[in-house]
Design a protein around this ligand. Sequence first.
Ligand code: ZN
Ligand code: ZN
Length: 289
Amino acid sequence: MVPASPYAGRRVCLTTLHGKERVLARPVFHGLGAELLVCGCDTDQLGTFSGEIERPADPVSTCRLKAKLGLAATGLPLGLASEGSFGPHPAVPFLPVGQEVLVFVDLERQLTVVERRLEMRTTFSSRTVGPSDLNSTGFSTWLQQVRFPSHALIARPAQHDPSGRCIKAIRTIADLEVALAHCAAASSNGEVLLETDMRAHCNPTRMASIRRLGFQLVRRIRQLCPACESPGWGRTEAVAGLPCRCCGTATPLMAQERWGCSACCHSELKPRRDGRREADPMHCPWCNP
Ligand SMILES: [Zn+2]
Ligand SMILES: [Zn+2]
């Protein structure tokens, strides 16, 4: 049985300038019985998405700092912040993935609860565009793939622009044409670098991903640690080594889940949720090298 929310009736501060309350208010209300307040303080000092200011810390540290900015501004003890990073899949380099992180900070309990999600559903992409590409089918196919114009783009000169300027939140064909002309003129070879604008309010696919992560996070917060009863008990690691059905060799597939506490060092190993105890020999380094 899931215990009552330890945060019922409380207020939680979300630090965002990008409208993430649209997808996080519901999980916080339905999962925790708490009310979400938005703090729109400027988080650019922690680095920006589009790279004008480099992000100093790893995503979880950035996220925690972001949440604490909101807490300092509002004086509330409960805070929430999200952070995304995008790049090639660690195992399949041509596949783009998003790594979404959501952090809940409770200053009263001195607690930080972290939830992550590797998101395969992402429009993350970039492309260099020359003057001759504009009317090509390849370019219009790419625009469809990145779901423009429902998902916004960023344009910058591909080469030698000392100002480092970029045009963000491009959402219409007309704006795209203006941005391309502008950036091509500033680029020494006339080429423009187009990227997907991954800020949440510019990318509905990412917004949906943050919503899913919000529900994951409140589920974890509702679970209390069996050792210290602190909120934030949940899966922390997949432990590989599911034995091969034919020879018993450990395979790279997950054998167990490690669950851990967000406050103390208690952890437990649990069997796979799907009940599988053996791997197909196709995954076995011995039977199928
Ligand atoms: Zn604990
Ligand atoms: Zn085997």
